[in-house]
Design a protein around this ligand. Sequence first.
Ligand code: C2E
Ligand code: MG
Ligand code: MG
Length: 426
Amino acid sequence: MTDQNPRQEHLPDFLRLQEHDSQIIVRYRNSARMRHVMEGALKKGHLTLHYQPIVSSAGEVLGVEALIRIQDPEYGLLIPADFYAALDHHSFARTVGLFVMDTAFRQGESWHQQGLALRMSVNISTHHLLDNHFLEDIQAALARYPGLPPERVEIEITESAPLYDMVQAQERLRACNRIGVRVALDDFGTGNASLTYLQQLPAQSVKLDQSFVRDMVDDPKDLAIVTAVITASRMLGLDVIAEGVETTAHARLLTRIGCSHLQGYLFSRPVPAEDIPDWIARFRSIPADRENIPSVDILPTILEGHALRTEKFLMGMREHMAIPEHILEDDAADLCHLGRWLRGDGMIYYGQQPEFSGILARHERIHAIARTAKALLDAGNHAEVIHLGDALEMENRLMIGEINELVRERHTPSVDYSRRAGTSFK
Ligand code: C2E
Ligand code: MG
Ligand code: MG
């Protein structure tokens, strides 16, 4: 709603903007008006969801994001900009969240039953996430719609709203992961704690904010930020979804940098649920250079990290020093530097190659040898530990050779940093 909005005439006096209102009063009245609009919509059952498709850079439809609307009989369709102050307000956050989960999961189940196995992404306000009822709420909603597997549900936590209880948020999100539900960091880059969030919150997807995406073709700073976020996400094996993709130029560039998923008006605006099956039937992927591997090569850095860690592990075993994290734990093969690459980019770009599954198995074997070696060390069987250390090194050499072989068509251009002299970094 804008200041001149004719809807004001229908509002109670205290919510109407007056000419002499100060900025603070304007802000107060706007926010009170938004809560008033939401209150009315909840009472009259006017909330509804629209859905916007998310596609992979390889041109497949991944799923949809559920986006809230108010279908007002008098004013028509209202979008979140008309009532955003109510969405993250403590008195509405849970009620809205309950409506969204129920409606979206019911819809998701119905699509699954029709053979459309779409991922369903829902936006969750931080107030609801931190509410003591949140886990019960999401589990109850999932239980009502068993035809929608929890693995096909992603909750989006916006980065622009501060998480006032980080430890609680971490725990809630981990509990979501445990029941299979995925977590996405929404509007990534807009908050003042993006990297902290990335480091501390258990997320499977990063949603790159549209403000960076929009100008990346013209503004080198935005392109740099977009590339950094995509590269970091790839190294961590996370999905990265670019929001606000409006042109094929954006889609192509994002794909070249290695962005795994795209969302934006180029593909579709948010639409009512009944339009989604038709849209999917008509969808033709954009002609991107999709067989190409991303122009930013993360593998050399991953392999260097891996080599360093292997060395540190062997040294730790021989000299009784600390063992690096993500080597011995049960899930280490998924979470170590190389494991994230194998399950992320490796799988995406080389997963179809016949050699790939052998590399995955060898990687698992290396972790298994490490675990056995540590157990023997703890039992005081030093001779066998040395033998296993040699076996590990051998397996590791073979695996690195196989990975290099797999990606060998690629060649790194020669780099000369001295040519950069004179660039202005303002
Ligand atoms: P969001 O979660 O980042 O959602 C993406 C927003 O970008 C949507 O705006 C979508 O319509 C818009 N968008 C998508 N593609 C393009 C594009 O190519 N160009 C441009 N200019 N915009 C695009 P929408 O639906 O108005 O929602 C705005 C925000 O309201 C959402 O941002 C989200 O933070 C919040 N929101 C929406 N639905 C819910 C909900 O159910 N619960 C809560 N708590 N918040 C919600
Ligand atoms: Mg979102
Ligand atoms: Mg967003």
